[in-house]
Design a protein around this ligand. Sequence first.
Ligand code: LLP
Length: 418
Amino acid sequence: MDDRFLEEIAADSGTPVYVYYEDRIIRNYRVFRDAFAGRYPKTKILYAYKANTSLALCALLKKEGAGADTVSGGEIETALKIGLAGKDIIYSSNSKTVEELRLAVDSGVTVNVDSLEELEQLELVAAKRKKTTSISFRINPGIDPKTHPKIATGLKSSKFGLHIVGGSALEAYRRAKEMKHLEIAGIHTHIGSQITDASPFVEAADKLMEFAALLKKELEMRLDYVDLGGGLGIPYHNEKAVTPDELAQAVVSVVTEWTKSLGYEPELWLEPGRYIVANAGLLLSRVQTVKTTPCKKIINLDAGFNTLIRPAMYDAYHRITVVGKTGETASEKYDVAGSVCESGDIFAKDRELPKTEAGDLIVIHDAGAYGYAMASRYNSRPMPPEVLIRKNGTYENIRERETMKDLYRGQKIPKDLL
Ligand code: LLP
């Protein structure tokens, strides 16, 4: 991606601002879809909304044919708002409220049940609404996905899912079979995020398919789909990451092998988030000052961990460049600091960059996933705007910058304090 438009966008929208590239999102989506669907035609892609729920991006991915993987009532509402049908939405969470279950039941969303306790609650909700709800169970396969501990979700000790070992997963299917308002449709797992190696996915696919075979043997059960979740990582630095093609080759061969002993072919559902949007987005931020301390040089930005929390939260590496200086050699070392009043608000330590000055425009790359979605108003800074560079070479604002007024919306000062 070149720096075209970036100065113009910063001038139009101010900074910090998130910028996304439509053509890149489409390309990522198609690469991912074709890798799997080319090998396993009964593939269904449900974009993981949590990565980026901006309406324009969700609408774009709907147009490409993606369903939605949602984790809250808000994300279900978003998927419905852009016109997705309930059958193309799955709802996963380890802790769903009764209101959220009602919404899912009423809208025909598939509920991915996380526990035996939730199963009972859902049956009650569906019975009260006199509706039948499609369900799957989230399985905790006890696999180490070799990623950052905060984003590993299928470890034995994780909070998610039902365990095969000990029998609770089988018990869940047995009980669900007896329930009048629930229809068993599938099986699900999601072992973690930013996974750059195929082997944990292969192990997860193998365990899930083996369990599907057990369901057939023990309960004469046939599943409509097997959902392997999301989790495919991207190279943020120079690390080697498995490609969708390599991943699909490895995973589909395991799934296909198992279908022989299953005697039927379930659909294969996948829930990619990061892979689709991460490298299609960047964060633009203006250098406020460059200061020299006795031990280092610090670039102070107008973005902070309120804008992009990944470096502070996961020690994540994001490439950084300076607009208009990409051809220059990286001659200086800087700490790139955010504006939040906390020492932990550092985007990069000892980063080599071309000589940088106040007023320069900084690009923080690969910020399309878990960037805006995890931003906050911490330190009373309004949420940033978002801009989409269209595939025809124009750009459009897809979300306004919040105003100070938005910070106060809904708040009240008791009369005696005025
Ligand atoms: N499906 C489920 C059930 C999930 O929990 C997730 C992500 C996904 C799919 C999508 O995973 P992806 O393809 O994006 O890896 N905030 C963290 C990532 C948290 C991921 C949580 N679950 C980060 O910034 O690295």
